[in-house]
Design a binder for this molecule. Structure first.
Ligand code: NAG
Ligand code: NAG
Ligand code: NAG
Ligand code: NAG
Ligand code: NAG
Ligand code: NAG
Ligand code: NAG
Length: 343
């Protein structure tokens, strides 16, 4: 593109006005040609600059070992060769690492999704690292935390470190992500962080799960211990015995609020490399969706497994105390479809 524009520019400058044209006309024409030339050249220069800064950033931040495998050039911004301070990547030092963040909301299946991802031998997903408020006080503490995680220097039970091909964590929208979008988007784009949005379409089921989880914080139904996820059908049915009563006065605006938060996040982070996964699709066909995620992160394909068991199964009418009232409130609205969904 740049070359085409530049050669066009040369032609523009050599156009000779007919001899009979007046001096003024000639002057105007050459001024016009010059203006065009300057404009086009500035575009060419800008493009060259952009390319330069890109490669510059890349090589400054991440020295690449020379025994790299051949890769698709378009993937280069997404490949990293971290040099952790705390250990050596030993035989895997030459394997590229991709950075990712699972962006989600509470009670949307992200716990389950993350255990599935972590069952991959080359994935380290470090949980909700921005849970503690001190790590998200301001944009600079966020960046410091991100740097540590992405340099493989963050240790959790899920860290695989030496042979990780993808490193990431789970980030809830209410954990500083929406307070500092500008800095975070810039970081994601500069470092080539891959964003996996995990959202739930049925916000009513999400609300039921939230209310039940809040209740369990007090009631501690499982042997006096509060849990957010369970590993057996017995535990699931015990937890789902509690039926929350939903405030129908605020229901519609609550659902609207949840949806608009998700839409806002999608808009903010639209410029990042991303994939959108819906919990409902993941439930319906986990294998298919997980292959999509593995492809997105360019991971070798593996069968992924999780020990987690879904808590609220079957019709919603079984899980809401005042279901008739909820039904009446949502009938005839855009949220009516949430009532019927059964999974
Ligand atoms: C990593 O390996 C290098 C050389 O192979 C060695 O000098 C260094 O001490 C090692 N670092 C750690 C943390 O083991
Ligand atoms: C960010 O927060 C940390 C501690 O939480 C503080 O030390 C630092 O000065 C703050 N930075 C800015 C730019 O406010
Ligand atoms: C995945 O992990 C295995 C076992 O640690 C390692 O041999 C392999 O090189 C890793 N693959 C990638 C793509 O990093
Ligand atoms: C239900 O929501 C309305 C509107 O937000 C609020 O005024 C009311 O106190 C809530 N009722 C209960 C029982 O929480
Ligand atoms: C993101 O950008 C693409 C292309 O510019 C556009 O088609 C899409 O609708 C945008 N999505 C959102 C959620 O804004
Ligand atoms: C995953 O499991 C299925 C059946 O259980 C098997 O056919 C397939 O080969 C496995 N795929 C991988 C990549 O291990
Ligand atoms: C909601 O109420 C309507 C009318 O009473 C009823 O026909 C419908 O089956 C109810 N929906 C569900 C999901 O129970």
């Amino acid at each position: 593109m740049a070359e085409i524009l530049c050669s066009f520019n040369k032609d523009a400058l050599t156009i000779k006005p007919p001899k009979k044209a007046s001096f003024v006309l000639r002057l105007m024409l050459s001024a016009f040609a010059m203006a065009c030339g300057i404009y086009i050249c500035s575009i060419c220069l800008k493009q060259m600059n952009l390319q330069n800064t890109n490669t510059f950033l890349l090589f400054e931040d991440f020295e690449r070992p020379c025994y790299d495998t051949v890769v698709d050039r378009s993937q280069i911004p997404y490949l990293h060769y971290p040099k952790p301070k705390t250990f050596n990547r030993s035989e895997c030092a030459g394997n590229p690492v991709r950075l990712f963040a699972i962006v989600s909301m509470q009670r949307s299946g992200s716990g389950w999704f993350e255990t599935l991802l972590n069952s991959h031998v080359n994935v380290s997903s470090n949980g909700e690292i921005f849970g503690p408020k001190s790590r998200r006080d301001n944009a600079s503490t966020i960046v410091k935390t991100l740097d540590k995680v992405y340099n493989l220097d963050w240790f959790t039970s899920s860290s695989k470190n030496e042979c990780s091909a993808a490193i990431g964590f789970k980030w809830m929208l209410n954990q500083g992500l929406m307070q500092h979008p500008k800095e975070i988007i810039q970081y994601f784009n500069d470092r080539g962080v891959n964003v996996i949005f995990l959202f739930r379409r049925n916000m009513l089921r999400r609300l039921v799960s939230m209310l039940a989880n809040v209740y369990d914080k007090e009631a501690k139904l499982l042997n006096g211990v509060h849990v957010s996820h369970v590993h057996s059908n017995e535990e699931a049915s015990l937890l789902s015995k509690y039926k929350p009563k939903i405030n129908v006065t605020s229901l519609k605006s609550d659902l609207r609020g949840m949806e608009s938060t998700a839409v806002k996040a999608l808009n903010y982070f639209n410029s990042t490399r991303h994939i959108i996964i819906y919990y409902e699709d993941l439930i319906k066909d986990p294998t298919q969706k997980l292959v999509e995620v593995e492809d997105f992160l360019k991971l070798p394909q593996m069968n992924l497994t999780s020990q987690q068991v879904k808590i609220h199964k079957g019709a919603l009418s079984e899980h809401i105390e005042n279901f008739d009232e909820v039904n009446k409130t949502l009938s005839g609205t855009a949220y009516e479809k949430f009532l019927q969904a059964d999974y």
